[in-house]
Design a protein around this ligand. Structure first.
Ligand SMILES: NC(=O)c1ccc[n+]([C@@H]2O[C@H](COP(=O)([O-])OP(=O)(O)OC[C@H]3O[C@@H](n4cnc5c(N)ncnc54)[C@H](OP(=O)(O)O)[C@@H]3O)[C@@H](O)[C@H]2O)c1
Length: 430
């Protein structure tokens, strides 16, 4: 039997403790699959006295994760601290400098520094593995990098944030308002005390930037991702979506267009008959479309100790077996660096809801602003009639250019009869 793969784990929170637990409970199975034992020799976290519900005996303790990366007796450093910079980044850089492989679950780090870190790892023949960083337990990194490697990926999209999907699902099922459901999600532990990374779409954008790099063989470009969160999705829009045959989902979408690769995260109306419309609650899903394979759909738990540890350990087994590929599927030096397509050039159908004073001529004024921008209407919905109060007026359009939609909406917003900021949600033809 070969000698054990020695690993040092920096960060013993949800994922770190989950990884220690999985490695312990599945050691016989891992031994067979990896061909050798995977042994945790050292760990690091801030508070040594905290009970983490796992047995840390025999593991050397470090208060400082960078010291762990430098000094631990380990072939691999597993970074499970989090954050784009700070301790996590210093730990990964120190580990690579010391010629140790790195496994991380940190999408923020990869979104901001992925290409640079991949170059550093590859220059030394080291592995930088990150299956756990996107969609938790779903093996989407391996699927794109290895399983679908014979395909040109034409489009990739997914529900990449379980917190947002939980909130949107609950809003739809209960008819409750966003703020109310968010507060409940925080109480249940599905949303952080500071939820902005999740609900403003940043976490999903980090993951999308990583997936785009893998799927399209280009340098990670987080700054190029167009990001909108779910704060402005209302129970009313969810109701209208249902009436029109859609569900509202926060999607991350990367697509090859004539103007380059689009990368966007925003609420979308997705047709009810598509698989992604039925991915509910905290679940994640990724759909990848390849020129030879067609459509592939992956669904599973995107977070939590068990699913995320499952992904971390799959990377460790690869390293133990000596299986390695270029970090993002092609060598980091060969990743293309063309800019992301501008959102203004996006073309697709739109849903827009205006709150208007129900007076004669309102619909004509709105239709004129759209017509002047060559936006053609598909449907107009106006349910209630109430001359004294605002009433919703809902329009859906045929394919239109984003820039034209934005110009038309800015003009409509200035009409006296429009009494609230309009709400625009893109309709995705999936
Ligand atoms: N939670 C999930 O379901 C999930 C899913 C996919 C990916 N991820 C990613 O996995 C990583 C870890 O997430 P998590 O949920 O496990 O986080 P967490 O529960 O907050 O744990 C973070 C750990 O890092 C330690 N730590 C924080 N700052 C440190 C510092 N400056 N120096 C040393 N140690 C430090 C903490 O120490 P103390 O315990 O002593 O405070 C804690 O053990 C993140 O990159 C996250 O995005 C998480």
């Amino acid at each position: 039997m070969s000698k054990p793969l020695k690993i040092a784990i920096a960060g013993l929170g949800t994922v770190g403790a989950g990884t220690v637990k999985l490695l312990h409970e599945q050691r016989e199975l891992i031994l067979r699959r990896a061909g050798r034992a995977i042994q945790v020799t050292a760990v690091s976290a801030r508070d040594k006295s905290k009970d983490r519900g796992v047995d840390l005996s025999g593991m050397r303790w470090f208060d400082d994760p960078v010291a762990l990366a430098n000094e631990a007796d380990a072939d691999v450093v597993v970074e499970l601290i989090g954050g784009a910079d700070g301790a996590a980044r210093r730990t990964v850089e120190a580990a690579l400098a010391k010629a140790r492989h790195v496994v991380t679950a940190n999408k923020a780090l990869l979104a901001h520094h992925g290409t640079t870190l991949a170059r550093a790892a590859e220059a030394k023949g080291l592995t930088l593995a990150f299956e756990a960083s996107v969609a938790g337990g779903i093996p989407i990194v391996k699927a794109l990098r290895e399983g679908l490697a014979g395909n040109r990926i034409t489009r990739l999209y997914g529900i990449l944030n379980g917190t947002c999907n939980y909130i949107l699902t609950t809003m739809r099922k209960t008819g409750r308002a966003f703020g109310d459901v968010l507060t409940e999600a925080q109480k249940l532990g599905y949303a952080e005390a500071d939820p902005s990374f999740d609900i403003d779409g940043i976490d999903a954008a980090h993951k999308l930037a990583v997936l785009t790099s893998l799927a399209f063989g280009r340098a990670v470009d987080f700054a190029g991702v167009h990001v909108e969160g779910i704060r402005h999705v209302s129970a009313l829009d969810i109701e209208y979506a249902a009436e029109l045959g859609y569900r509202i989902k926060l999607l991350g979408i990367a697509r090859q267009t004539d103007h380059g690769i689009e990368q966007r995260v925003h609420p979308c109306m997705v047709p009810l008959e598509t698989p992604i419309a039925h991915v509910e609650g905290v679940f994640n899903a990724v759909v990848a479309e390849g020129d030879f394979v067609g459509q592939t759909v992956f669904e599973g738990r995107g977070a939590g100790a068990g699913p995320t540890a499952s992904a971390v350990v799959s990377d460790l087994i690869d390293i133990a077996r000596g299986r390695s590929t270029a970090t993002f599927g092609v060598p980091a030096g060969d990743l293309a660096s063309e800019p992301t397509a501008a959102m203004e050039r996006h073309v697709g159908p739109y849903y827009v809801r205006f709150m208007v004073v129900d007076q004669p001529g309102v619909v004509a004024d709105i239709a004129a602003a759209l017509r002047d921008e060559r936006v053609s209407l598909e449907a107009v919905l106006q349910r209630a009639r109430s001359p004294d109060e605002g009433v919703p007026l809902v329009l859906t359009t045929h394919n239109a250019e984003e820039a034209a939609m934005r110009r038309a909406i800015s003009r409509i917003e200035t009409l006296k009869s429009v009494i609230e900021p309009p709400r625009m949600i893109r309709i995705e033809s999936l």
